[in-house]
Design a protein around this ligand. Structure first.
Ligand code: FPP
Length: 247
């Protein structure tokens, strides 16, 4: 980690987003443009994942959530799903040492039980060995869908009401937040989407209520640390009012 990077020093450490969430989009188009197989785009995208984790740690971002595999992605061709699973497994193994050395905790959100056994094994091992790390939290959204997450929360809350352990007037925003996969995380301050698409694509629908949103035309495999820092500079110039007005 190079903490002497001058461009990082342009950032105001007191006004960094605590939580950055990223929709890593455009792997397929990046590959297609270069007449390559889509899987090459995902491979290059994995390198960008390594880059962003290092950059966030060096800058001092406390939480980074990456949309790595959605519930909808299961419907992609089998070869592409298998390639993505292989990349995820490789990441869990190859990055374990780096996560440990840099005090980074790995967690996940989503229906991880749907992942193949070998991926789950590598994932749970890396999560277990990094669980005490407190320098930064890397949160991978895996087999994640926000509607699925909210539906589960509604089911869970309804069961408590039905069992008589929860009254209707005890259901409030805090309880809903506490019933989501992200219950232990602050809401994202900044959500970045690559590839120029202006969509949320079933990502953190509840949690993004007041997040700043930045859409860049860069495809995920070509996203750089320099662009990330310039997005953070832009974020630091925004006026976050959370629906209120300035005094
Ligand atoms: C979207 O691009 C990206 C994905 C569906 C998968 C993201 C996966 C990675 C970046 C690599 C593996 C992840 C880790 C954490 C090691 P797309 O395929 O939808 O691109 P397109 O819209 O151009 O087709």
């Amino acid at each position: 980690m190079n903490s002497n990077d001058t461009s990082i020093e342009e950032l105001d450490p007191a006004r960094l987003p605590a939580h950055v969430a990223i929709i890593m989009d455009g792997n397929g188009r990046w590959a297609k443009k270069r007449l390559m197989n889509r899987i090459k785009g995902h491979e290059k995208g994995s390198e960008a994942v390594r880059m962003i984790v290092r950059a966030c740690r060096a800058i001092g971002i406390k939480y980074l959530t990456l949309y790595a595999f959605s519930t909808e992605n299961w419907q992609r061709p089998k070869t592409e799903v298998s390639a993505l699973m292989k990349l995820l497994k490789n990441f869990m193994v190859s990055e374990r040492r780096e996560l440990l050395d840099n005090n980074i905790r790995l967690i996940t959100i989503g229906q991880t039980k749907r992942l193949p056994d070998d991926v789950k094994k590598a994932l749970y091992e890396t999560m277990a060995v990094t669980s005490d790390n407190d320098g930064m939290t890397l949160n991978l959204a895996l087999s994640y869908g926000a509607r699925d997450e909210i539906t589960r929360a509604v089911q869970n809350i309804s069961e408590q009401v039905k069992a008589g352990s929860l009254a209707l007037d005890e259901i409030n925003e805090e309880l809903v937040s506490a019933s989501l996969f992200t219950k232990d995380l602050p809401d994202p301050d900044l959500m970045i989407r690559t590839s120029g698409e202006s969509r949320i694509s079933n990502f953190l629908l509840w949690q993004l209520a007041y997040s700043e949103i930045h859409i860049t035309n860069s495809m995920w495999p070509e996203f750089t640390k320099e662009e990330f820092i310039s997005i953070l500079c832009d974020y630091q110039n925004r006026d976050r009012r959370f629906g209120k007005i300035e005094e």
